[in-house]
Design a protein. Structure first.
Lengths: 136, 81, 136, 81
């Protein structure tokens, strides 16, 4: 399941969906807004997506992860718009029969999402400036 | 022909628009689109060296041909997650 | 934070505790009761601990993980008593500034917990029999 | 001296008790405890080869000495998580 949303991410609902009798392990990853980056203080982040392509790439990621690992459930949710400090901008939940696969799939999914899904973050700094983040 | 290029994040802000139309010859590739975009909006120059292109919601290489129906997007380095 | 409990594990509360402004990544692992093990059907699991030593070993695990990785929060909770199908018997939550540490710490913690913490599981099989699990 | 040995899981069920008292000489080590336990409760034989011992809530090797105040536990292979 993949989703782009402007609402806070409801982790309980995602975990309930992933906790199935045929799974023995659930791994959830949350990317949260960190207050300090290289010593600068952030007030909030703002996320923008190329919606149609981001949804397609997320669906591709789910499909590829399901080929690589025996996933019972695979959930990718990215929040868009303003995300306050300490709230989650992204949630990845995978459940598998055995735990090593859940850790491997979860880490591969977030690494690949960060490389290939057209979503951008804008830092709103405490000094009143803001900046799109385009890592090179 | 006229093609539309979607712009995002810093590229969108530099251009002051989320989509721009550029004129290119029939049979143009992304190389031609990039040249036309740069001529129309010189400020995107600082984004281009590290950006990727997408055609119809898939990453595409610079030799990819496009037509008037293509959905073309400039993809600056992504920072989701 | 470590805890042994006879109650269902409240993941939302654990995630809220771990989502702090100085963390950028949260990884939660849940070990859940799987219905089928080697083709046999389980109705529920029952967990027993050597309480005093289990609490000490869990605290040791937290301390060692905090030495190895820069953990903002580190939470280890194990449920005891009867655990129904698809519910969590164990929850591990770690938050870190950067995500690779959260995955590495989470996986090390569950691997080491399963090796060194004196807790035992009893399978209640669908055929009416039950069995303590002592993997060798 | 008399020492008490805590038993868990299958060992507890085989013994029918969560704690047993065994008599050993002063200065006894876990080797002596194990021998006394086996004599008192022969059924634990099938657990012993893969079990560990703990003294005062720490894993201990078989040459560890114990006294009447020691908290001694037989730790069958664990299966938490």
């Amino acid at each position: 399941m993949i989703e782009l949303t402007n609402q806070p991410i409801d982790c309980s609902a995602l975990l309930a969906k992933a906790s199935r009798p045929e799974a023995g392990a659930v791994v959830l990853f949350l990317g949260t807004t960190r207050e300090l980056s290289d010593g600068r203080r952030t007030l909030a982040l703002n996320y923008e997506a190329y919606d149609g392509m981001a949804e397609k790439k997320l669906a591709d990621l789910e499909a590829e992860a399901r080929c690589r690992w025996p996933l019972v459930e695979c959930i990718l949710v990215h929040r868009l718009g303003r995300v306050p400090l300490a709230e989650a901008s992204v949630a990845i939940v995978v459940s598998t029969p055995h735990r090593a696969d859940a850790f491997a799939a979860g880490e591969w999914l977030i690494d690949t999402l960060k490389r290939d899904v057209p979503i951008w973050k804008q830092e709103h700094w405490a000094d009143g400036t803001s900046e799109w983040v385009h890592p090179i | 022909m006229t093609v539309r290029v979607k712009l995002f994040a810093a590229a969108r802000e530099l251009a002051g628009a989320s989509e721009v139309a550029v004129e290119v010859c029939d049979g143009a590739t992304l190389v031609d689109i990039e040249r036309a975009l740069l001529a129309a909006i010189p400020a995107v120059e600082r984004i281009l060296p590290h950006a990727r292109w997408a055609v119809n919601a898939e990453f595409a290489t610079s030799d990819a041909a496009v037509n008037e129906q293509s959905e073309i997007a400039l993809i600056p380095p992504v920072s989701g997650g």
